[in-house]
Design a protein around this ligand. Structure first.
Ligand SMILES: [Zn+2]
Length: 350
């Protein structure tokens, strides 16, 4: 890494917003803003149990994963047609591009939609069309990661994979999300093995609210390449060493952790500790419509609360490209652009 001079606290937010970055942990259904929920409900002739956008926003008061998930699934119910999924992904990608996201790997939960009678191709085709158009239209590269809902059975995950078979060229990998406690990764060992045979990349949520043991089994049983969240790893020294040694990326989501009370306050977030231990941590927004901000808001707030520096900002952005499933040529190009953006910024500081 090249030498980065100190950047004043006053100018750090500007640097954080301007630096190129990748987002690797974003649930597209979690980017559904109340305004779009209302617009889609109207377009699809659906009645919402909220009188206004403001009333819906005020209902976003929750303090654990389950109470969040309840409202999350209710919001997703307005997504019915291919164009709805396109509009959802396009809105996120336009927003991410403004935050200088050069590459996004977007999670989606097909079971949330197929359970309501929406065909899986409606979901994937709409999201994929938005991703494909974004490269030229918005200057952002984007791919899709299909997530299995872990509170459902492995049998249901297999059925979802089967439905997705003809569309696998439109996704880059699979993940595991939803309620973590009581649903250890090994519950999905066989379906992940099948996905691996299909040549898909593998990731899983582990160690958000769940114990370090879930991170071990995500690595050893599911054989994932990245851990989503993973902040509970700090309670297990051997695990920390392994994550650092193997450069297994953690897709950390500070504002999500704050909103779901994973840490008592943002100032007590362990992002700096993960970086100090040599882990390939990254910063992401998780469910930005619900958790109070998109990726730049996550960067600026966690940096302000914990006192992280420009050097750590560079490391986090560098890690985000390194840990992505993009090709090596793209990764090197983006990392070069990152370096240039820091050089330009530092020059203007003197
Ligand atoms: Zn997540």
């Amino acid at each position: 890494m090249f030498k980065i001079p100190p950047v004043s606290a006053a100018r750090l937010p500007e640097l954080l917003r301007a630096m190129p970055k990748a987002e690797l942990h974003i649930h597209i259904e979690g980017s559904l803003e109340p305004e779009l929920i209302f617009a889609l409900a109207q377009r699809n002739g659906l009645q919402l149990p909220y009188a206004s956008v403001a009333e819906l926003r005020s209902a976003y008061a929750f303090c654990n994963l389950q109470s969040f998930l309840d409202i999350y699934y209710a919001g997703a119910s307005v997504l019915r047609h291919e164009q709805d999924f396109y509009d959802l992904a396009h809105a996120y990608l336009a927003r991410a591009a403004r935050d200088r996201v050069l590459h996004a790997e977007i999670f989606f939960d097909p079971q949330t939609h197929t359970a309501r009678g929406v065909a899986i191709e409606t979901v994937i085709d709409g999201l994929h069309r938005a991703c494909a158009e974004a490269r030229t239209g918005l200057g952002i590269s984007a791919t899709l990661i299909l997530c299995f809902l872990r509170h459902l059975s492995e049998k249901a995950a297999f059925e979802t994979l089967e439905q997705a078979e003809p569309l696998l060229d439109k996704i880059v990998g699979v993940g595991l999300d939803s309620s973590e406690q009581g649903h250890p990764p090994e519950k999905f060992a066989r379906v992940f093995a099948r996905c691996r045979e299909r040549g898909l990349h593998l990731v899983a949520h582990a160690g958000e609210e769940g114990p370090p043991a879930y991170i071990w089994s995500a690595l050893d049983v599911l054989r994932v390449e990245r851990i989503d969240h993973g902040v509970q790893a700090v309670h297990d020294a051997a695990l920390m060493q392994r994550l650092a040694h193997q450069r297994i990326a953690l897709t950390v989501c500070p504002l999500s952790n704050q909103k779901l009370c994973v840490f008592p306050s943002l100032a007590q977030h362990n992002l700096g500790r993960l970086l100090d231990a040599g882990l390939a941590a990254t910063v992401n927004s998780d469910d930005p419509a619900y958790f109070g901000g998109y990726i730049n808001e996550n960067f600026t707030q966690v940096f302000a609360a914990t006192g992280l520096t420009a050097r750590q900002a560079y490391q986090l952005a560098f890690n985000s490209f390194e840990a992505s499933f993009a090709g090596n040529a793209d990764k090197r190009l983006w990392q070069h652009q990152l370096k240039e953006s820091f050089e330009r910024f530092v020059e203007h500081d003197y």
